[in-house]
Design a binder for this molecule. Sequence first.
Ligand SMILES: C[S@@+](CC[C@H](N)C(=O)[O-])C[C@H]1O[C@@H](n2cnc3c(N)ncnc32)[C@H](O)[C@@H]1O
Length: 200
Amino acid sequence: MEKRFSQSCENNKDPILTELKKYFSDKKHVLEIGSGTGQHSVYFAKALAHLVWQTSDASENHPSILAYGKEAGLANWREPKPFFVGQDPWPQADTSYDAVFSANTAHIMQPDEVQEMFRLIVEKLPAGGVFCEYGPFKFEGKFTSDSNEAFDARLRDQGYGGYRDIEQLQAWGKTQAGELSLIDVIALPANNHLLVWQKQ
Ligand SMILES: C[S@@+](CC[C@H](N)C(=O)[O-])C[C@H]1O[C@@H](n2cnc3c(N)ncnc32)[C@H](O)[C@@H]1O
């Protein structure tokens, strides 16, 4: 099992953690969507020892996530569940999740997968449940920097979904099963944001 490495995870983990300490302070069970290398999961699980951190991603990413988890040996860290939004059902657990975290996934997923992610989160979170979503976003159709605009164009050339508008996400957060309200938008380094959503 090989640990993969992402420099951006190293750069953004502390600014994100500062916010998760606030918004996950009373949460017990977090589902991470798109755990990637696994770096975030062990760092956040260690710092947020009051809750259980459940990793997930497409199966091809599990070896690296598992390698980080086995090395860290944390009692509150859980092995990845196979979960590719749009293909797999919501990951089941012994106790339901009261929070969701996802970093740098909404601009990689196809738009219909992002919409499905919002639909599932609205359906599955209890009232008061929180979704912390980190990444680059557009605001009213505008990019926050020229480099973000160039990166979005490269992503879409490669077949990825590209940047999502926050206003589009807010619309997708309103479903027949309930609503995710955007309760905070926190500017973080490198022109990224943490969006904090709460199930009403
Ligand atoms: C840019 S990586 C980010 C990984 C990690 N969260 C991070 O911040 O470094 C994008 C991740 O999204 C995952 N992903 C892409 N489409 C997905 C989908 N439809 N459902 C779940 N995960 C998806 C990929 O497998 C990958 O791990």
